[in-house]
Design a binder for this molecule. Structure first.
Ligand code: PLP
Length: 965
């Protein structure tokens, strides 16, 4: 059907046409009609009505925000303009506040080619190593950087932030401690306050006593299993903890040290002084402060503790041809296998930001980094000398980049700093703090003199530039860092650009093909949604700046919260958790605190269905709860009989249930209201895991269904890109009775916005700087657009299920054989008959140019496909055709045409090396590499990874020089 001529349309029809909705939703109206016909549905609303249980369908249109219902959804340009006006209410001061956050100079070559490049930001967590070698290499570089700077043996590929890394260090110290009866964790009294806040929150649920005192005092304390020190105190003092660490090691106390990446360039590594665990923020390696995040935390430990590490480790393994190849090691499926015994609940972490930090080190190399760190330190020496000359007293005699200056008239000085456009640290007793960074200029130092000494200070930078050094000689680094060639080759922009592109080309991202990952919602991350995150108005704010300077952020966060409240049917929203799993933890804490507030602290049992995501039991354990598994029936639904029994048995000890809706089996359970009622009846709360919100938005809400609290994965449903495994945001929505119990923050207090509870993240609003992505999405889709998106996501999944069901059995279905927004293909019968497994199909899909679906979750031996609404019918058909072609390849194995041990499936994926040299396989090279034709061919760079070899030989630093090209 041809469009009507523009002359015959009304103005509002013409305007509607420019709407973003049609850009976000893949299938056109005609394609939707064709798909509806193919699955035998009369219309989209009919389809939804027939799938979603009647008792949970919202009676009216989705009740989203006044702005959104009054006006049409905004076009990309209008939404950008509206957000720009909001952003303009943020005030861009120069923040010398420090406390773990500094301004940075993101190298433009990294900004443009990585942070703003969908080839990097739309990739998925590298579970399929054959399509992920580029970002795996960047992450391995991050680990190498961590190892070199910390002086330890094994490093992971990023945690969520420095404060949560500290909590992980404490939990790990307890795991590895040989002092089984010790229950105290000692914290030096000059760690950053937000770190202490998060550690305290975590210690409470674990039942640890946290002791805070001067570091030396630890030797006077008994029953301490672990210690947390900060190499450079929050006030700037450089500590030489060598002797103390040795004494603690004698007593078998596990020592963790928080450190700063830039400082470590010049300072002795804590590892070389005996520390067991070293961690910190990688923010100042090129990642903007962004009002608190996202930033990567680094984390390293001794080799003997490698099986106890939290988070992911990238390991060097080899592929089927014996070539070295990278993969996620050990921890990869840790949560899904070990559940509540997992080392941590971290799933989404900060991959994109870790990679920015890693490439910052590649770009600058060891001498560039030393120059940058040296300049920061020299400027600090000059500042210190000038202030002393001017008669001021510094609180400490050693420093790297931070000074604490004693002042009598603190308020006046802070005020004067503001008039210079500078923020100083304001929370110190009778002192102000200032931290310098790579953006600091001579003029800035002169301004600091004027602020502290008055305009007539008469100081000159050059006159003060003496050879002073406030780092104790013993604390200066002697060993070389970053000697690996990767850190010494790519210093010109041309080389750097090409290196980054060479990595990008190895990976399969959304700019190449659909990524049909069940439970992960790999939908469009639109350019207009991404643009605001690098606006300086959002990027440059320090998380602890005066609230008046963050007016734009607070307005944006307030609006987004309001919209999410309406979309979830809750009463309040907490924007602090910086991943879905952290949201689970925060939500469970709220439940725990609520029970405690009513004198029911005995409620500790958390019911979790057998099908739950691995983070659920891991989070429950972190929240100090005991997991009891509830059975699922043959259809994959929660077994109500078992639920009633387990809830009854728990009795007064029942805390809550964690359910995912629609279930991880991809169906809308008809009994969800009953599930909520049963749990409530026994005095429990309902935690509804919101990872599958893409099947609810605009159609139903967790609040309407009867749940008390949910996290949202903004990096799934609300368009924040996966970034290769992070960043993410996991805000929680709660009913009113839980609202007083969501996390607060000890450094930032905002009445009516933050509670007085302990924090779960370093920053009050988590990874605030990626929230504009979700804001833009909702603003451009509007209420109706969001409902349409959910509806089309469901249509797309049902279209795939219908077209594939004769080739692959669909494991679970609801009424009329329909699925929700994803479907599970059961490969077990195929494997039984033919020997071809879900793994073979996943790898063969690579030859066809696709990323595999989710493998063996929630059921072993299956593939879970989630197309999302963003994929057009053309792309769905291409995927379906590939899956059908693979099915006929399986048949050729089944009927003996190809041997079970030598066929295109078990040998997949094929690389360019397969088109040259010997060829002895019973199928052609053409079929091997071009099963879907040669146009737009994606080439994996390695053959299938050898998992067994990788598990046995854990090697997590850069490949040896002999193997480096
Ligand atoms: C993704 C997911 C989570 C965890 O979210 P992260 O952001 O990765 O921590 C939890 N539950 C379900 C069902 C999920 O799909």
């Amino acid at each position: 059907m041809q469009d009507l001529l523009p002359m015959t349309q009304t103005l509002s029809q013409l305007e509607h046409h420019g709407a973003f909705i049609q850009r976000h939703i893949g299938p056109s109206q005609e394609q939707q009609s064709a798909m509806l016909r193919a699955i035998g549905a009369a219309s989209l609303p009919d389809l939804i009505t027939s799938i979603v249980p009647a008792d949970i369908q919202l009676p009216g249109p989705p009740p989203i925000g006044e702005a959104l219902t009054e006006h049409l959804a905004l076009t990309e340009h209008l939404a950008l303009a509206e957000l720009k006006a909001i952003a303009a209410q943020n005030q861009r001061y120069k923040s010398c506040i420090g406390m773990g956050y500094t301004p940075v100079l993101t190298p433009p070559v990294i900004l443009r080619n990585m942070l703003e490049n969908p080839g990097w930001y739309t990739t998925y967590t590298p579970y399929q190593p054959e399509v992920s070698q580029g970002r795996l290499e960047a992450l391995l570089n991050f680990q190498q950087l961590t190892l070199d700077l910390t002086g330890l043996d094994i490093a992971s590929a990023s945690l969520l932030d420095e404060a949560t890394a500290a909590a992980e260090a404490m939990a790990m110290a307890k795991r590895v401690s040989r002092l089984k009866n010790a229950n105290r964790f000692f914290v030096a009294d000059d760690i950053h306050p937000q770190t202490l806040d998060v550690v305290r929150t975590r210690a409470q649920t674990f039942g640890f006593d946290v002791l805070v005192d001067k570091a030396e005092k630890v030797l006077e304390r008994e029953d301490v299993f672990g210690v947390l020190l900060q190499q450079v105190g929050t006030g700037g003092e450089v500590h030489d903890y060598g002797v103390l660490i040795a004494a603690l090691k004698n007593r078998k106390v596990v020592v963790s040290v928080a450190a700063d990446l830039m400082t470590l360039v010049l300072l002795r590594s804590p590892g070389s002084q005996g520390a067991d665990i070293v961690f910190g923020s990688a923010q100042r390696f090129g990642v903007p402060m962004g009002y608190g995040g996202p930033h990567a935390a680094f984390f390293a430990a001794r080799d003997e503790h490698k099986r106890s590490m939290p988070g992911r480790i990238i390991g060097v393994s080899r592929d089927a041809a014996g070539n070295s190849a990278l993969r996620m090691a050990m921890q990869t499926r840790e949560q899904h296998i070990r559940r509540e015994k997992a080392n941590s609940n971290i799933c989404t972490s900060q991959v994109l930001l870790a990679n920015i930090a890693s490439l910052y080190a590649v770009f600058h190399g060891p001498s560039g980094l030393k120059r940058i760190a040296g300049r920061i330190h020299r400027l600090t020496d000059i500042l210190a000398a000038g202030l002393r000359q001017g008669g001021l007293k510094l609180r400490y005699t050693s420093w790297f980049d931070t000074l604490t200056v004693e002042v009598a008239d603190k308020a006046a000085i802070l005020e004067r700093a503001l008039s210079f456009g500078i923020n100083l640290r304001s929370d110190l007793h009778n002192a102000v703090g200032m931290t310098l960074d790579e953006t600091t200029t001579r003029e800035d130092v002169l301004a600091l003199f004027s602020i502290l000494l008055g305009a007539q200070h008469g100081l000159s930078i050059d006159a003060l530039d003496a050879d002073a050094n406030a780092i104790p000689a013993d604390m200066l680094r002697q060993d070389a860092i970053l000697t690996h060639p990767v850190f010494n080759r790519h210093h010109s922009e041309t080389e750097m650009m090409r290196y980054m592109h060479s990595l990008e080309r190895k990976d399969l991202a959304l700019n190449q093909a659909m990524i049909p990952l069940g439970s992960c919602t790999m939908k469009l991350n639109a350019a207009a949604e991404m643009i605001p995150i690098t606006w300086p108005e959002f990027a440059e704010l320090h998380p602890f700046c005066p609230a008046e300077q963050a007016g734009g952020y607070l307005q944006m966060i307030g609006q987004l919260s309001q919209w999410l409240i309406q979309l979830t049917g809750y009463d309040a929203l907490c924007m602090q958790p910086n991943s879905g799993a952290q949201g689970e933890y925060a939500g469970l804490l709220a439940i725990r605190r609520y029970h405690e507030s009513r004198g029911q602290s005995a409620r500790h049992i958390c019911l979790i269905p057998a099908s739950a995501h691995g983070t659920n039991p891991a989070s429950a354990q972190m929240a100090g709860m005991t997991v009891v598994v509830v059975a699922c029936d043959k259809q994959g639904n929660i077994d109500l009989h078992d639920l009633r029994n387990k809830a009854g048995q728990a009795g007064d000890a029942l805390s809550c249930i964690m359910v995912t809706y629609p279930s991880t089996h991809g169906v809308y359970e008809e009994t969800i209201r009953e599930v909520c009622q049963i749990v409530h009846q026994f005095g429990g709360q309902v935690y509804l895991d919101g990872a599958n919100m893409n099947a609810q938005v605009g159609i139903t809400t967790p609040g309407y269904i009867g749940a008390d609290v949910s996290h949202l994965n903004l990096h799934k449903t609300f368009c924040i890109p996966h970034g290769g495994g992070g960043p993410g945001m996991g805000p929680i929505g709660v009913k009113a009775h839980l609202a007083p119990f969501v996390p607060g923050h000890s450094v930032v207090q905002l009445d009516g916005v933050l509670t007085a509870q302990g924090a779960v993240s370093a920053a009050p609003f988590g990874s605030a700087s990626i929230l504009p992505i979700s804001w833009m999405y909702i603003r451009m889709m509007g209420a109706e657009g969001l409902k349409q998106a959910s509806s089309v996501a469901i249509l797309n999944a049902n279209y795939i299920a219908r077209r594939l069901r004769s080739a692959y059995p669909i494991l679970y279905a609801g009424r009329d054989g329909r699925v929700a927004h994803e479907c599970i293909l059961d490969i077990r019968p195929i494997k039984e008959q033919t020997g071809i497994s879900e793994l073979d199909i996943a790898k063969r899909l690579i030859d066809y140019g696709f990323h595999a679906p989710t493998m063996s979750f929630p059921v072993a031996g299956t593939l879970m496909v989630e197309p999302t609404e963003s994929e057009s019918k053309v792309e769905l058909d291409r995927f379906i055709d590939a899956m059908l072609a693979i099915r006929s390849e399986i048949d050729r194995v089944a009927n003996g045409e190809w041997p079970a041990a030598d066929n295109p499936l078990v040998n997949a994926p094929h690389t360019q090396m397969d088109i040259v040299g010997e060829w002895s396989h019973p199928y052609t090279r053409e079929l091997a590499v071009f099963p879907a034709g040669s146009a737009n061919k994606y080439w994996p760079t390695v053959k299938r990874l050898d998992d067994v070899y990788g598990d046995r030989n854990l090697f997590c630093s850069c490949v040896p020089l002999s193997e480096y090209p």
